[in-house]
Design a protein. Structure first.
Length: 225
């Protein structure tokens, strides 16, 4: 049953005591920050509306994040990527066109995909550091991790998924905000990498308006270095 849109937001509570993130992600990817800090990561942009709104919010709250950008969208909206970099956030390669079966593609395609995405980012931001790669859908394999290493990119996964993509179940209003907030408050721990998405998802921005102050009060938030 779809939750009622009138459901009240959950009461903010301290996170449960949980051990720091240490286990690796799929294929040997990185699942945590390696410290007590928590990293916010936003996938699938840039989106000229939602990404800019999110950047406004992050600036207002004094928070840095990591943006995992899709090469074809970078080529279309380079000005948004320039703003991401100019405001001190970290850029991450999220492939050229977000293929679910990227890890199954041949070597030639993988080299083209990762290189083309890096080229698009650096066309927007000359000299940009691109130290991270996130596989579409998190579909890492040891082979894809090895390809990322050829570009000196670290493969980043996550240990908290805020499920902002479940709009078919929760909609895009209060019920979705409640759902996302519950997950993040329940599951975040020292060292967490939180997965979110901003492309075509204004409800992500709406949710983090209230979530960011809570996260800041419980954790040290960082962009991946």
């Amino acid at each position: 049953m779809k939750p009622s849109a009138s459901t009240k937001p959950p009461v903010a509570a301290p996170p449960r005591t949980r051990s720091p993130v240490t286990a690796p992600g799929p294929g040997g990817s990185i699942k945590g920050t390696g410290s007590d800090a928590v990293a916010l990561t936003f996938d699938d942009g840039p989106d000229p509306k939602s990404t800019n709104d999110l950047l406004d919010l992050l600036k207002e709250q004094g928070v840095k994040a990591t943006f995992c950008v899709v090469g074809s969208r970078v080529k279309t909206h380079p000005e948004v990527v320039r703003r991401i970099a100019a405001e001190g956030h970290t850029l991450c390669n999220h492939s050229w066109q977000h293929l679910q079966d990227l890890s199954e593609r041949d070597n030639g395609y993988l080299m083209w995909d990762l290189q083309s995405t890096n080229d698009a980012i650096r066309a927007a931001v000359p000299g940009a550091r691109i130290d991270y790669f996130r596989a579409p859908y998190g579909n890492f394999t040891p082979r894809l991790v090895e390809f990322a290493a050829r570009f000196t990119m670290k493969p980043i996964y996550w240990d908290v998924d805020d499920e902002c993509w479940k709009s078919s179940t929760y909609g895009v209003g209060p019920a979705m905000t409640n759902h996302m907030t519950t997950i993040v408050q329940r599951d975040t721990r020292p060292g967490s990498i939180i997965l979110s998405h901003e492309n075509l998802k204004p409800h992500t921005v709406a949710t983090y308006r209230s979530l960011l102050p809570w996260l800041k009060s419980h954790f040290r938030l960082v962009a991946l270095p």
